[in-house]
Design a protein around this ligand. Structure first.
Ligand code: FAD
Length: 411
């Protein structure tokens, strides 16, 4: 098998062409290069690695995230220890406040949120009873509106969810799959962490540095500012791993898969601090942006100035969020069927599989994919070994037969 791969190199240049240098593409590049000694060409049409997790130091010397705040959290020990090979970590538990009724209150809704909004003093039992009294049970929960109203009632739904969701998705929560708001918990204690995961840390020197370490391998060649279309017929490779948009790969044969986009306004202000936590949400439809991020909370950087990002949801632009509606899932399934019937191409990542994934989920998906590739290589090796064994045996038998014939002929 090793021999066959060496010939494959000479024939085709690369074992793998990987499209997209985000988490999906970079984890697979690293695993294939370091784990299976494959030669990998990793391309991205953007001028940088790290995909949407890309961060960099701006003119003020502050580490910012170009595509909005990326907070790392996971319950997967496997994912955390894999990434720990490429970075040290900085403990950080994400906190978010929402600007509601002219004050900043914790979101997800918790005991403090209720106390502040309703001017009450509550125990966790009181908070539970309060929410139960507000909740309006919905017989069949189908939409994002149903989820919230069933849990906390219409009043809190309108204060926190309706406007935010309408801005974020350009759709009313009643038109959106229940998965969107199901992601946000409700708490009756004072826990004000946004995530409950066991591992919540930020890469100490940022995501881009972590990706640089991951891709620092002699078998990996990275080409930036390079679209798949430009090179697909130029480069020679055996297998393709594609983490770009699946509909684009198939020339939008069945139509475009809908995405929601964002415009980011990055700004640095001449003050040391801007807001009490990293992210403040603005649920009101009277405010055009959905949230403001202040990065120094994520990094612990000390600087006399501070950098912010405002997020404005948009219908057009880079594809960020797959729109979770049944008809879109149906359209994706058609592309998935095409993908399944396309040999030597693997689709992966949030664009390749049209799913909103957190970073840790994409890492998990890529590691699982690598295991499948490694197992199938292993099977091929065994198969090849069995074939050569069989060929050797056959040659031996043939040789013996020939000897017999020759011997027989001499009799
Ligand atoms: C605003 C925002 C905030 C987020 N916050 C968080 C968070 O706090 N925590 C969290 O866990 N997750 C967060 N995520 C999700 C996170 O961004 C994704 O999980 C992760 O980026 C997915 O990695 P990926 O490799 O699948 O995709 P991407 O990071 O999008 O990488 C795909 C890459 O492929 C490239 N590409 C596409 N098509 C082509 C082509 N034809 N040719 C060449 N290159 C191509 C793209 O340029 C891109 O760089 C957030 C996402 C967004 C949009």
């Amino acid at each position: 098998m090793a021999k066959r791969n060496r010939f494959a190199h000479q024939r085709s240049g690369f074992d793998y062409l990987i499209v997209g240098a985000g988490f999906a593409g970079s984890v697979l590049a690293e695993r294939l290069a370091a784990g299976l000694d494959k030669r990998v060409l990793l391309i991205d049409r953007r001028p940088h690695i790290a995909g949407n997790a890309y961060d960099h130091y701006n003119d003020a010397g502050i580490l910012i995230h170009r595509y909005g705040p990326h907070i790392f959290h996971t319950n997967s020990q496997q994912v955390a220890s894999y990434l720990s090979r490429f970075t040290k970590w900085r403990p950080y538990e994400h906190k978010v406040l929402a600007d509601v009724d002219n004050q900043l209150v914790p979101i997800p809704i918790n005991l403090t949120t209720l106390e502040k909004l309703y001017n009450l003093k509550l125990t966790p039992e009181d908070a539970e009873a309060f929410l139960a009294s507000k909740a309006e049970p919905v017989a069949e929960i189908r939409t994002s509106e149903d989820v919230v109203i069933n849990k906390v009632g219409r009043e809190l739904y309108e204060k926190f969810f309706r406007g935010y969701t309408r801005k974020q998705w350009g759709l009313d929560p009643s038109e959106l799959d229940k998965s969107v708001t199901s992601r946000v918990p409700t708490r009756t204690n004072t826990d004000d962490r946004y995530f409950g995961d066991s591992f919540q840390q930020m890469p100490l020197h940022g995501y881009t540095r972590m990706f640089e370490n991951m891709l620092d391998h002699p078998n990996i060649k990275v080409m930036l500012n390079t679209d798949f279309e430009e090179v697909r017929h130029e480069v020679q490779y055996d297998r393709l791993i594609y983490s770009g948009p699946i509909d684009e790969y198939f020339d939008f044969r069945f139509g475009k898969l809908p995405y929601r986009s964002l415009q980011f306004r990055h700004e640095t202000v001449d003050q040391e601090n801007f807001q009490p936590v990293a992210v403040v949400n603005y649920p009101s439809e009277n405010v055009p942006y959905t949230r403001i991020t202040e990065y120094k909370h994520l990094t612990g950087q000390v600087n006399p100035r501070t950098s912010l990002t405002y997020e404005y949801p948009a219908a057009e632009g880079d594809p960020y969020y797959p729109v979770p509606r049944p008809e879109n899932a149906e359209l994706y399934r058609k592309y998935q069927a095409l993908a399944d019937a396309t040999p030597n191409v693997t689709f992966i990542g949030r664009l390749g599989t049209y799913k909103y994934y957190n970073m840790d989920q994409v890492v998990g998906q890529a590691l699982a994919m690598f295991n499948r590739i490694a197992e199938s290589e292993q099977r091929e090796v065994q198969h090849d070994a069995a074939l050569s064994r069989a060929a050797r045996e056959m040659a031996h038998v043939n040789g013996a037969l020939r000897a017999e014939v020759v011997h027989g002929a001499g009799d």
